[in-house]
Design a binder for this molecule. Structure first.
Ligand code: MEV
Length: 395
């Protein structure tokens, strides 16, 4: 068990195309955002495990001795990751959550306990740790905040337990793990995501682990080696929604109307493939017409997502407001509220972008201009934590 403090970060993501369809085996194109989640892990010797999530108001402390009992009672069963419903029920009792409680806070605690127990149980004794996680990502907005949380937890716990090596050497300020260690982080993070979301496709944790831009299909991913510099406007409608419920809604619509819904998923797949092709072309032979194609793809996919039942009036409003400024938008992530993306073509007049941002803000939405393709999970030197951040976190 390492004795030093670890500072880890992982990015959120936006899905350009393929959300929901990816759950049904189709292609998704997803890119890492330059908005990140950070985790500081400090080994302790007070016999306690504490989890502090200031963004969502969680501060919980457990006695290692209590967790040790729980650990030996059921986690010895299997060797690999895979939370069984029985394990989760036992963990819910420790968190004090009601049986059917599914709020963000409860699920974040549940995922932590599962990952802590499952990863650290190979140690001679469960470690005493203090963990603080804070984020630039709004929770529940479709930007992969839960995946970034799971990826940070897993990377820190696996490193602290020396299951993977600390990539930070000597005076490095920042470093990344080997491909093999990233595989392991991604595999465990998927289990954290399963605790939170039920049956996710795995695209969110993959982007948060590897960063950049990924084509993802049925657990297989490939990095888009070169990506044109795309600027987007990211808008948070602030309408809360549950990914789990929205994914379940699409599944039941597919079961109810297979002949109608399956072709929609096939069409979304074709949109993702066309977008991938255009992005590839834009790197080698950029031309203004390619942005027009990207805009058309965005419009078509937004209509399909509405037909799948994952739209929302707030997202319609977002699309209308940006269309009034000549811009094209679609929801990103699970939909039902949450976030939308708007393509910002190069050479757009600054005044036009500012006017669109103001109109979106006037609707009560938050919006950021951002670039895409940030690095994946990274280890930072703990000394690089700024004083203002330390103060804000009460460290
Ligand atoms: C959520 O970011 C994306 C969905 O496709 C769900 C998933 O892939 O697990 C809606």
């Amino acid at each position: 068990m390492l004795s030093e403090a670890l500072l880890v970060s992982a990015p959120g993501k936006v899905i350009l195309h393929g959300e929901h369809a990816v759950v049904h085996g189709k292609v998704a194109l997803a890119v890492a955002l330059n908005l990140r989640t950070f985790l500081l892990l400090r080994p302790q010797s007070n016999g306690k495990v504490s989890l502090n999530l200031p963004n969502i108001g969680i501060k919980q402390v457990w006695d290692v001795a209590t967790l040790q009992l729980l650990d030996t009672s059921f986690l010895e069963q299997g060797d690999g990751p895979a939370p069984t419903p029985e394990q989760l029920e036992k963990l819910k009792k420790v968190t004090g959550l009601p049986e059917d409680h599914v709020c963000t806070k409860g699920l974040a605690v549940l995922a932590f306990l599962y990952l802590y127990l499952a990863i650290c149980r190979k140690q001679r004794a469960l470690p005493s740790l203090d963990i603080v996680v804070w984020s630039e990502l709004p929770p529940g907005a479709g930007l992969g905040s839960s995946a970034a949380y799971s990826v940070c937890l897993v990377a820190a716990l696996l490193t602290a337990c020396e299951n993977i090596s600390n990539p930070l050497k000597d005076r490095d300020a920042i470093s990344r793990w080997s491909e093999e260690d990233l595989e392991s982080i991604n595999k465990w993070a998927y289990e954290g995501e399963r605790v939170i979301h039920g049956n996710p496709s795995g695209v969110d944790n993959a982007v948060s682990t590897w960063g950049g831009a990924l084509r993802y299909q049925q657990g297989k991913m490939s990095s888009l080696k070169r990506l044109p510099a795309l600027q987007i406007l990211l808008t948070n409608t602030k309408v809360p929604r549950s990914t789990k419920a929205l994914v379940a809604g699409v599944r039941s619509r597919l079961l109810k109307f297979p002949e109608i819904v399956a072709p929609l998923l096939t069409s979304i797949d074709a949109i993702s493939l066309e977008c991938e092709r255009i992005l590839g072309e834009m790197v080698t032979a950029p031309a203004p017409e390619q942005y027009l194609v990207l805009e058309e793809l965005i419009d078509m996919n937004q209509h399909h997502l509405n037909a799948l039942g994952v739209g929302h009036v707030s997202l319609d409003q977002l699309c209308q407001v940006t269309a009034a400024h000549g811009l094209h938008s679609k929801l990103t992530g699970a939909g039902g509220g949450g976030c939308g993306i708007t393509l910002l073509k190069p050479g757009l007049e600054r005044a036009k972008v500012e006017a669109a941002k103001q109109a979106l803000t006037d609707c009560g939405f938050d919006c950021w201009e951002t670039s895409i393709g940030a690095p994946g999970v990274s280890m930072h030197s703990a000394a690089s934590l700024d004083d203002p951040v330390r103060q804000a976190l009460g460290l």
